[in-house]
Ligand binder design. Structure first.
Ligand SMILES: *[C@@H]1O[C@H](CO)[C@@H](O)[C@H](O)[C@H]1NC(C)=O
Ligand SMILES: *[C@@H]1O[C@H](CO)[C@@H](O)[C@H](O)[C@H]1NC(C)=O
Ligand SMILES: *[C@@H]1O[C@H](CO)[C@@H](O)[C@H](O)[C@H]1NC(C)=O
Ligand SMILES: *[C@@H]1O[C@H](CO)[C@@H](O)[C@H](O)[C@H]1NC(C)=O
Ligand SMILES: *[C@@H]1O[C@H](CO)[C@@H](O)[C@H](O)[C@H]1NC(C)=O
Ligand SMILES: *[C@@H]1O[C@H](CO)[C@@H](O)[C@H](O)[C@H]1NC(C)=O
Ligand SMILES: *[C@@H]1O[C@H](CO)[C@@H](O)[C@H](O)[C@H]1NC(C)=O
Length: 460
């Protein structure tokens, strides 16, 4: 939970700041290559007779269960002072983290964040190919402000009254630009009335996702919770999820006797990172960190998922979130335990849904499908997996389904007190009965680094 593990972003910094361009590009490509994350459905109430006890009602994803930060009594965030940030780039995870950092920086300075630009595509070098897309094309503007009211605030450029009243704040870079210096700069800006007086503070510098991490996990979780996809993208994710559920229903109907037909189909989403670039990258990571737990082979993943206690009680659709290049060979579809029915985008027949969209939106759909899965299994060294587990953990806490620090056991005694609702697992770490290790985010962690840049810390 602290800085003892060599975090991946240090390496990004390394390569970035030292202009070891090649190494950097390699890391970048790895980070981005897997765009194949998948997500699934909104779980329905599930029969409690099974060992699983984690099915949440459909409403669990509705805003009613989200935290509304009504801090208005405490003054909230100034709406006449703004922070402007440079275009945010890289993969979906990096962009989400960077957006959260931009908001938390704005909160620290008690300013409204001006609608940031995200990047729809994955080009890193040629900035003109980044396909800028404003935040509100991906996430709902008003919803964000109502959910995060009083905590952080989003504004529009048209809210600015004096367009020339701008202070340019240069972010340093390089090894010498330490976390302390970065924080120090922000504190000075905050305290200096001659700077704080400006209507707009415009942050300059490359790659805001490299900004240092000054905030606890809980703050990030609060911002992520307010990021609700626009309806169009949500609907696409729902189409994918209902396709998965539909297949589950059909299979249950055809394979089981009439008695069990009342069972609701549920699905497992597996963020399966086995593409070539990842394997090369993770082997290097293992060497560097002197651990053996990072890389899991296809076989290991299949075996561990098959050993999840209770998973085999009915035919179950396993949604495979895999990189696009793995869609071609089909080998990920064979070798699963009986009763587990593997599907990826192509086999599911939803490839056409994805194809319409640029990278960022494809990823966002995948993310949503994984987020909504009844069971999620990912790699604890993957930022994508980690963010999904973070959001799932946050929702469980919000619902009161788990208590913080209770180490992944549910409050409910409904299934003998042994299960956890809506579980997530890390397949790269061995858990009970030969299955993957249960995984929940420790919201008390003091920095996002522990959960997002390569960690085997699953807090269970
Ligand atoms: C399901 O659970 C209910 C209540 O706990 C019980 O009465 C019923 O027999 C169970 N059904 C099966 C198939 O186990
Ligand atoms: C405002 O919200 C933050 C984060 O939720 C909380 O820690 C703080 O106590 C709240 N302040 C007031 C005055 O309500
Ligand atoms: C922001 O400034 C307003 C007005 O000065 C104050 O009431 C509020 O508490 C401040 N909010 C934060 C988060 O510092
Ligand atoms: C706008 O801001 C600039 C720079 O602070 C200032 O010189 C100018 O007087 C302001 N204009 C108005 C109309 O307030
Ligand atoms: C790597 O870890 C193993 C066991 O955890 C230990 O015995 C070994 O000394 C470590 N090697 C290095 C280079 O730290
Ligand atoms: C769960 O069951 C145990 C033992 O049966 C009991 O002591 C405990 O109070 C129960 N917890 C809840 C939250 O009902
Ligand atoms: C969560 O993080 C806090 C702060 O780092 C730590 O004290 C606590 O032991 C962690 N809890 C678990 C269950 O790992």
């Amino acid at each position: 939970m602290n800085l003892s593990k060599p975090p991946k972003h240090i390496r990004f910094l390394d390569c970035y700041l030292n202009s070891k361009v090649r190494r950097c590009l390699f890391l970048i490509s790895i980070a981005l290559i897997f765009r194949a994350l998948f997500l699934l459905t909104t779980p329905l109430a599930f029969k409690h007779n099974t060992t699983f006890d984690y099915w949440l009602s459909t409403s669990s994803f509705s805003s009613s269960s989200r935290l509304v930060h009504d801090n208005s009594s405490g003054g909230g965030i100034r709406s006449d002072k703004f922070l402007e940030v440079p275009q945010i780039a890289w993969g979906l995870n990096n962009q989400k983290i960077a957006v959260a950092r931009a908001f938390l920086t704005a909160r620290m300075l008690n300013r409204t964040l001006l609608l940031p630009s995200l990047s729809a595509s994955l080009f890193y070098k040629e900035v003109n190919l980044l396909q800028s897309v404003t935040f509100d094309k991906i996430f709902q503007f008003d919803k964000f402000n109502s959910l995060c009211n009083g905590f952080v605030q989003l504004g529009r450029f048209s809210d600015i009254s004096n367009k020339t009243d701008v202070f340019d704040l240069n972010k340093g870079s390089g090894r010498k630009w330490t976390m302390e210096r970065d924080l120090d700069q922000l504190r000075k800006v905050k305290q200096d009335p001659s700077i704080d007086g400006y209507e707009v503070i415009r942050i300059l510098g490359k790659n805001p996702f490299l900004w240092h991490d000054h905030w606890p996990v809980r703050d990030y979780a609060n911002v992520f919770e307010c990021l609700v996809l626009v309806d169009e993208i949500t609907q696409e994710a729902e189409r994918v999820v209902s396709k998965i559920r539909e297949i589950g229903s059909q299979v249950i109907e055809s394979k089981t006797d009439s008695l069990s037909r009342t069972q609701q189909p549920y699905y497992v989403a597996v963020h399966m990172r086995i593409e070539k670039d990842w394997m090369i990258h993770c082997k290097k990571l293992q060497q560097r960190n002197n651990v053996t737990q990072i890389c899991s082979s296809k076989e290991e993943i299949m075996e561990r998922v098959g050993n999840i206690v209770g998973i085999n009680q009915q035919p179950t659709v396993v949604y495979l979130a895999v990189a696009d290049d793995l869609l071609e060979d089909g080998s990920v579809l064979s070798g699963w335990k009986e009763g587990l029915l593997p599907y990826e985008k192509k086999k599911l027949g939803v490839w056409d849904i994805y194809k319409k969209y640029p990278y960022l939106i494809q990823s966002a759909i995948d993310y949503e499908v994984c987020l909504r899965a009844d069971v999620f299994v990912g790699n604890s060294y993957s930022t994508f997996s980690s963010l999904i587990v973070l959001e799932r953990s946050q929702k469980l806490l919000r619902l009161g389904a788990v208590t913080e620090g209770s180490s992944c056991t549910t409050n409910s005694n409904e299934s003998g007190g042994s299960g956890i609702k809506w579980p997530s697992y890390a397949y790269n770490i061995l858990g009970e009965s030969g299955g993957p290790k249960k995984w929940m985010t420790n919201m008390s962690d003091t920095s996002l680094q522990a959960i997002s840049y390569g960690s085997n810390d699953v807090s269970c």
